[in-house]
Ligand binder design. Structure first.
Ligand code: PHB
Length: 366
């Protein structure tokens, strides 16, 4: 039966009050040094807690997994303490919050991560990330040639994800979303263009999805499947030169492997950056192999979001940039109130800076 966007949804033991999630968005407003979540971030997330679920901005699980300066980590005691303020604020407003666990793989530079970026293979494409500029200040800089990960590094990265998940639970999060989309570490293992390994993590489709599946299983074993989610983007070409002819097949196989894990949800990121449109056939294939909750994000309107639910292509949806300028987005959509546009000014204050363009967007005023 079709559900309304404004009806609750059950994810394992967790009840979301509506089917509108806030999508993960980098905002780069941590306290320095140490990339620590702060009171201003707690205010930002508190303001947006009327959504059914908040997924935080990507949180690097290790120094080498960092690809953007000033994003909040989840690998030091200070990070855990900082995030506690955020989870407490959201819970005080009766919201739910997952943290996005992030390893950017090759989409970085040693001036951001402290060491040469890691990847399945030593292959780079033209790509730029947010970091310190040689001439001073911050801006977009070209990524660096990555180093091929050893098996030992793959194993220690899985251990880093497990530790980050434990840290997240300690910090009070309702769950974790593992970032396997947008050309970051796991996405590069899944695609032919970036993965030319000869070992058990490269070659066949089964081998290319192994790293993600092993990581998910390890995190599920540690904190329980209903506290674990994953974000994927098989139709997005961000971070790659070209479309991958096999990624759809790899993704469907990965979903088969995820099914027995009883994850909280699988999150499909669509229509971001460079992408191809998602055919309906894919949505049907997904539902055939995967029967647990699905969230979809990507330039949604109230109408297109409701249509995804009506067609049972998704169980709930996420909005990104509308949440930047409309902290009370769920309320505005419910009552068909006008939205504050995500305009050029809003774009200018997306990354870094202070309260302006961050916590000063008001709730709807008649
Ligand atoms: C961004 O900061 O623009 C960004 C970060 C992570 C993503 C996508 C976009 O997965």
């Amino acid at each position: 039966m079709s559900k309304s966007l404004f009806q609750p949804i059950q994810l394992g033991a967790l009840t979301l009050k509506n089917r509108i999630a806030m999508a993960p968005m980098t905002r780069s407003r941590t306290s320095q040094p140490g990339d620590v979540p702060n009171e201003m971030m707690a205010t930002y997330y508190r303001q947006r807690a009327s959504s059914g679920l908040i997924v935080t901005e990507g949180a690097p699980i290790s120094a080498v997994g960092r690809g953007y300066s000033m994003t909040p980590g989840i690998y030091t005691e200070e990070h855990i303490e900082g995030w506690k303020r955020v989870t407490q604020a959201v819970h005080e407003e009766e919201g739910k919050i997952f943290i996005q666990l992030w390893h950017v793989g090759r989409r970085s530079h040693s001036c951001i991560s402290g060491e040469q970026p890691l990847a399945p293979s030593a292959i780079k494409v033209p790509d730029q990330v947010f970091g310190p500029r040689p001439e001073g200040g911050f801006g977009m800089i070209e990524t660096e040639m990555p180093r091929e990960m050893t098996i030992q590094e793959i194993e220690s990265t899985i251990a880093d994800f497990v530790q980050a998940a434990k840290n997240s639970i300690e910090a009070g999060f309702d769950g974790v979303e593992i970032h396997a989309a947008h050309g970051y570490l796991f996405d590069t293992f899944m695609r032919l263009e970036s993965n030319q390994r000869q070992d058990q993590y490269g070659g066949s489709k089964e081998n290319r999805l192994r790293f993600l599946v092993e990581t998910l299983q390890a995190v599920v074993n540690e904190i329980g499947g209903d506290k674990v989610a994953v974000r994927v983007s098989p139709h997005v070409i961000e971070g790659f030169a070209d479309e991958d002819p096999e990624i759809i097949d790899v993704m469907l196989k990965a979903l088969e492997r995820m099914k027995p894990m009883n994850l909280a949800y699988v999150h499909f990121s669509e229509r971001i950056s460079r992408y191809v449109d998602v055919p309906e056939t894919f949505r049907h294939q997904v539902r055939e192999v995967y029967t647990n909750p699905i969230m979809v994000a990507g330039k949604m309107t109230k109408q297109s979001a409701q249509q995804l639910l009506d067609k049972q292509h998704a169980d709930f949806v996420a909005f990104g940039t509308p949440f930047v300028t409309n902290p009370d987005l769920a309320f505005r959509l419910a009552h068909d109130l006008p939205l504050a546009e995500f305009d050029a000014d809003a774009r200018l204050t997306l990354y870094g800076g202070g309260a302006e363009g961050y916590i000063d967007y008001p709730a709807y005023q008649a």
